[in-house]
Design a protein around this ligand. Structure first.
Ligand code: ATP
Ligand code: MG
Length: 240
Protein backbone atom coordinates (compact mmCIF):
# COMPACT_ATOMS: atom_id res chain seq x y z
CA UNK A 1 0.00 0.00 0.00
CA UNK A 2 1.25 3.49 -0.78
CA UNK A 3 2.38 5.50 2.24
CA UNK A 4 -0.46 8.03 2.84
CA UNK A 5 2.03 10.53 4.27
CA UNK A 6 3.59 10.98 0.84
CA UNK A 7 0.51 12.63 -0.66
CA UNK A 8 0.26 14.84 2.45
CA UNK A 9 3.81 16.13 1.84
CA UNK A 10 2.90 17.80 -1.45
CA UNK A 11 -0.05 19.47 0.23
CA UNK A 12 2.23 20.77 3.02
CA UNK A 13 4.79 22.36 0.70
CA UNK A 14 2.50 23.68 -2.00
CA UNK A 15 2.72 27.31 -0.82
CA UNK A 16 6.55 27.36 -0.78
CA UNK A 17 7.97 29.23 -3.80
CA UNK A 18 11.58 28.01 -3.57
CA UNK A 19 13.02 25.00 -1.77
CA UNK A 20 16.79 25.31 -1.52
CA UNK A 21 18.75 22.33 -0.32
CA UNK A 22 22.22 23.13 0.99
CA UNK A 23 24.23 20.03 0.28
CA UNK A 24 27.69 18.60 -0.38
CA UNK A 25 29.28 15.26 -1.09
CA UNK A 26 31.58 16.01 1.86
CA UNK A 27 31.14 16.61 5.60
CA UNK A 28 32.41 19.62 7.51
CA UNK A 29 32.58 21.99 4.54
CA UNK A 30 30.21 24.59 6.06
CA UNK A 31 26.75 23.47 4.90
CA UNK A 32 25.03 24.27 8.21
CA UNK A 33 26.72 27.65 8.50
CA UNK A 34 25.84 28.52 4.90
CA UNK A 35 22.22 27.31 5.31
CA UNK A 36 21.68 29.21 8.59
CA UNK A 37 23.32 32.44 7.38
CA UNK A 38 21.50 32.26 4.05
CA UNK A 39 18.16 31.84 5.84
CA UNK A 40 18.92 34.85 8.09
CA UNK A 41 20.08 36.94 5.13
CA UNK A 42 16.99 36.21 3.05
CA UNK A 43 14.84 37.07 6.09
CA UNK A 44 16.71 40.38 6.46
CA UNK A 45 16.00 41.11 2.80
CA UNK A 46 12.29 40.92 3.59
CA UNK A 47 11.43 37.43 2.32
CA UNK A 48 9.37 34.95 4.29
CA UNK A 49 11.78 32.14 5.07
CA UNK A 50 11.83 28.72 6.69
CA UNK A 51 14.88 26.77 7.83
CA UNK A 52 14.59 23.00 7.98
CA UNK A 53 17.42 21.05 9.62
CA UNK A 54 17.39 17.59 8.08
CA UNK A 55 20.67 16.46 9.59
CA UNK A 56 19.15 14.02 12.06
CA UNK A 57 22.45 12.58 13.28
CA UNK A 58 24.25 15.85 13.97
CA UNK A 59 21.85 18.79 13.80
CA UNK A 60 23.74 22.08 14.19
CA UNK A 61 21.63 24.97 12.90
CA UNK A 62 20.02 25.49 16.34
CA UNK A 63 23.51 25.98 17.80
CA UNK A 64 24.52 28.42 15.04
CA UNK A 65 21.31 30.44 15.52
CA UNK A 66 21.33 30.13 19.33
CA UNK A 67 17.84 28.61 19.40
CA UNK A 68 16.62 27.45 22.81
CA UNK A 69 13.36 27.04 24.64
CA UNK A 70 10.98 27.07 21.67
CA UNK A 71 8.72 24.27 20.44
CA UNK A 72 6.42 23.80 17.45
CA UNK A 73 2.69 24.17 18.14
CA UNK A 74 0.27 21.36 17.46
CA UNK A 75 -2.56 22.38 15.14
CA UNK A 76 -3.58 19.51 12.85
CA UNK A 77 0.13 19.21 12.16
CA UNK A 78 3.13 21.05 13.59
CA UNK A 79 3.48 24.80 13.17
CA UNK A 80 7.18 25.68 13.36
CA UNK A 81 8.00 28.49 15.79
CA UNK A 82 9.26 31.79 14.47
CA UNK A 83 12.84 32.47 15.55
CA UNK A 84 14.87 35.50 14.40
CA UNK A 85 12.01 36.19 11.97
CA UNK A 86 12.17 32.81 10.26
CA UNK A 87 10.23 29.59 10.71
CA UNK A 88 12.46 26.94 12.21
CA UNK A 89 12.09 23.16 12.25
CA UNK A 90 14.56 20.52 13.47
CA UNK A 91 14.57 17.05 14.99
CA UNK A 92 16.27 18.68 17.94
CA UNK A 93 12.83 19.65 19.32
CA UNK A 94 12.34 15.95 19.97
CA UNK A 95 15.84 14.61 20.53
CA UNK A 96 17.05 17.47 22.77
CA UNK A 97 20.63 16.92 23.84
CA UNK A 98 20.44 13.21 23.07
CA UNK A 99 21.83 11.59 19.94
CA UNK A 100 19.32 10.19 17.45
CA UNK A 101 21.03 7.02 16.31
CA UNK A 102 18.82 6.37 13.31
CA UNK A 103 19.46 3.61 10.79
CA UNK A 104 18.57 3.76 7.09
CA UNK A 105 14.86 3.00 7.22
CA UNK A 106 14.41 5.04 10.41
CA UNK A 107 16.03 8.05 8.73
CA UNK A 108 13.54 7.74 5.88
CA UNK A 109 10.64 7.41 8.30
CA UNK A 110 11.68 10.38 10.40
CA UNK A 111 12.17 12.46 7.27
CA UNK A 112 8.80 11.51 5.77
CA UNK A 113 7.13 12.12 9.13
CA UNK A 114 8.64 15.61 9.56
CA UNK A 115 7.82 16.56 5.97
CA UNK A 116 4.27 15.31 6.39
CA UNK A 117 3.50 17.01 9.70
CA UNK A 118 5.24 20.39 9.35
CA UNK A 119 2.92 23.22 8.36
CA UNK A 120 5.14 25.82 6.71
CA UNK A 121 2.32 27.82 5.19
CA UNK A 122 3.33 30.48 2.66
CA UNK A 123 7.08 30.92 2.20
CA UNK A 124 9.31 32.60 -0.37
CA UNK A 125 12.21 30.33 0.57
CA UNK A 126 12.61 27.11 2.51
CA UNK A 127 16.31 26.51 3.17
CA UNK A 128 17.13 22.88 3.98
CA UNK A 129 20.33 21.93 5.81
CA UNK A 130 21.38 18.46 4.73
CA UNK A 131 23.58 15.80 6.32
CA UNK A 132 26.88 15.17 4.53
CA UNK A 133 27.12 12.96 1.49
CA UNK A 134 24.66 11.47 -0.96
CA UNK A 135 22.83 9.32 1.56
CA UNK A 136 19.28 8.36 2.43
CA UNK A 137 18.13 11.90 3.24
CA UNK A 138 19.26 13.24 -0.15
CA UNK A 139 17.76 10.34 -2.07
CA UNK A 140 14.48 10.54 -0.14
CA UNK A 141 14.19 14.27 -0.66
CA UNK A 142 14.78 13.86 -4.39
CA UNK A 143 12.08 11.19 -4.47
CA UNK A 144 9.53 13.06 -2.37
CA UNK A 145 9.87 16.71 -3.39
CA UNK A 146 9.63 17.63 -7.03
CA UNK A 147 10.52 21.33 -7.16
CA UNK A 148 13.73 21.15 -5.17
CA UNK A 149 16.92 23.05 -6.08
CA UNK A 150 20.45 22.39 -4.86
CA UNK A 151 23.02 24.82 -3.57
CA UNK A 152 26.26 22.88 -3.21
CA UNK A 153 29.11 23.70 -0.85
CA UNK A 154 32.71 22.66 -1.41
CA UNK A 155 36.04 23.73 0.02
CA UNK A 156 39.14 24.40 -2.07
CA UNK A 157 40.28 20.82 -1.43
CA UNK A 158 40.20 18.33 -4.24
CA UNK A 159 38.99 15.80 -1.66
CA UNK A 160 35.82 17.85 -1.19
CA UNK A 161 35.44 18.77 -4.83
CA UNK A 162 35.66 15.20 -6.10
CA UNK A 163 32.69 14.22 -3.90
CA UNK A 164 30.85 17.33 -5.12
CA UNK A 165 31.53 16.26 -8.70
CA UNK A 166 29.68 12.98 -7.96
CA UNK A 167 26.73 14.87 -6.46
CA UNK A 168 26.58 17.14 -9.51
CA UNK A 169 26.65 14.14 -11.80
CA UNK A 170 23.75 12.49 -9.90
CA UNK A 171 21.68 15.68 -9.94
CA UNK A 172 22.32 16.21 -13.64
CA UNK A 173 21.28 12.62 -14.39
CA UNK A 174 18.06 13.18 -12.44
CA UNK A 175 17.56 16.60 -14.08
CA UNK A 176 17.44 18.31 -10.69
CA UNK A 177 18.23 22.06 -10.85
CA UNK A 178 21.57 23.13 -9.37
CA UNK A 179 21.58 26.78 -8.26
CA UNK A 180 25.35 26.73 -8.08
CA UNK A 181 28.50 25.94 -6.13
CA UNK A 182 29.98 27.91 -3.24
CA UNK A 183 33.69 27.54 -2.45
CA UNK A 184 33.95 27.93 1.33
CA UNK A 185 36.84 28.36 3.79
CA UNK A 186 39.07 29.62 1.01
CA UNK A 187 42.66 30.24 2.05
CA UNK A 188 44.43 30.45 -1.32
CA UNK A 189 44.14 32.61 -4.39
CA UNK A 190 43.77 29.96 -7.05
CA UNK A 191 40.79 29.77 -9.33
CA UNK A 192 41.07 26.02 -9.82
CA UNK A 193 37.72 25.10 -8.22
CA UNK A 194 35.95 27.90 -10.07
CA UNK A 195 37.40 26.65 -13.37
CA UNK A 196 36.45 23.04 -12.60
CA UNK A 197 32.89 24.11 -11.77
CA UNK A 198 32.58 26.14 -14.95
CA UNK A 199 33.95 23.25 -17.03
CA UNK A 200 31.05 21.18 -15.69
CA UNK A 201 28.66 23.85 -16.95
CA UNK A 202 27.48 24.69 -13.43
CA UNK A 203 27.19 28.21 -11.95
CA UNK A 204 30.01 29.26 -9.62
CA UNK A 205 28.26 31.35 -6.98
CA UNK A 206 31.35 32.70 -5.24
CA UNK A 207 34.10 32.24 -2.69
CA UNK A 208 33.87 32.63 1.07
CA UNK A 209 37.21 33.12 2.85
CA UNK A 210 38.16 31.28 6.01
CA UNK A 211 36.82 33.73 8.60
CA UNK A 212 38.37 33.63 12.07
CA UNK A 213 35.46 35.72 13.44
CA UNK A 214 33.02 32.88 12.84
CA UNK A 215 33.70 30.91 16.01
CA UNK A 216 32.86 33.81 18.35
CA UNK A 217 29.66 34.45 16.35
CA UNK A 218 28.19 30.96 16.81
CA UNK A 219 24.89 31.32 18.65
CA UNK A 220 24.90 35.11 18.21
CA UNK A 221 23.01 36.03 15.06
CA UNK A 222 23.65 39.78 15.29
CA UNK A 223 27.38 39.15 15.38
CA UNK A 224 27.17 36.48 12.67
CA UNK A 225 25.43 38.89 10.30
CA UNK A 226 28.34 41.35 10.67
CA UNK A 227 31.04 38.86 9.59
CA UNK A 228 32.78 38.67 6.20
CA UNK A 229 31.14 35.25 5.91
CA UNK A 230 27.68 36.88 6.06
CA UNK A 231 28.76 39.62 3.65
CA UNK A 232 29.68 36.94 1.10
CA UNK A 233 26.43 35.05 1.72
CA UNK A 234 24.57 38.30 1.07
CA UNK A 235 26.27 38.54 -2.36
CA UNK A 236 25.43 34.90 -3.06
CA UNK A 237 21.80 35.40 -1.95
CA UNK A 238 21.33 38.09 -4.57
CA UNK A 239 22.28 35.55 -7.27
CA UNK A 240 19.72 32.90 -6.30
N1 ATP B 1 34.25 30.29 6.06
C1 ATP B 1 34.50 29.77 7.26
N2 ATP B 1 35.47 30.28 8.05
C2 ATP B 1 35.76 29.76 9.25
N3 ATP B 1 35.13 28.70 9.78
C3 ATP B 1 34.15 28.13 9.05
C4 ATP B 1 33.78 28.63 7.76
N4 ATP B 1 32.77 27.86 7.27
C5 ATP B 1 32.53 26.93 8.22
N5 ATP B 1 33.34 27.09 9.28
C6 ATP B 1 33.42 26.24 10.50
O1 ATP B 1 33.69 24.93 10.06
C7 ATP B 1 33.02 23.97 10.86
C8 ATP B 1 32.09 23.10 9.98
O2 ATP B 1 31.01 23.91 9.53
P1 ATP B 1 29.55 23.30 9.42
O3 ATP B 1 29.16 22.58 10.65
O4 ATP B 1 28.66 24.38 8.92
O5 ATP B 1 29.84 22.24 8.25
P2 ATP B 1 28.86 21.10 7.70
O6 ATP B 1 29.22 20.92 6.28
O7 ATP B 1 27.45 21.45 8.01
O8 ATP B 1 29.30 19.84 8.55
P3 ATP B 1 28.52 18.43 8.63
O9 ATP B 1 28.90 17.71 7.38
O10 ATP B 1 29.05 17.79 9.87
O11 ATP B 1 27.05 18.73 8.69
C9 ATP B 1 32.28 24.75 11.92
O12 ATP B 1 33.06 24.82 13.07
C10 ATP B 1 32.12 26.14 11.29
O13 ATP B 1 32.02 27.14 12.25
MG1 MG C 1 25.99 20.37 8.99
Amino acid sequence: MADPRISVINERIKEIRNIITVSSGKGGVGKSLVASTLALTLTKKGYSVGLFDLDFTSPSTHVILGIEGVQPKENKGLVPPSVHGLKYMSIVYYSGEHASPLRGVDVSNALIELLAITKWGKLDFLVVDMPPGIGDATLDLLRLIKNIKFLIVTTSSLLAFETVRKLISLLKALKVPIIGIVENMKMNNTKSIQQKVQRLGVTFLGEIPFDIKIEESIGKTNKLLKTIFAEKIDEIASKI
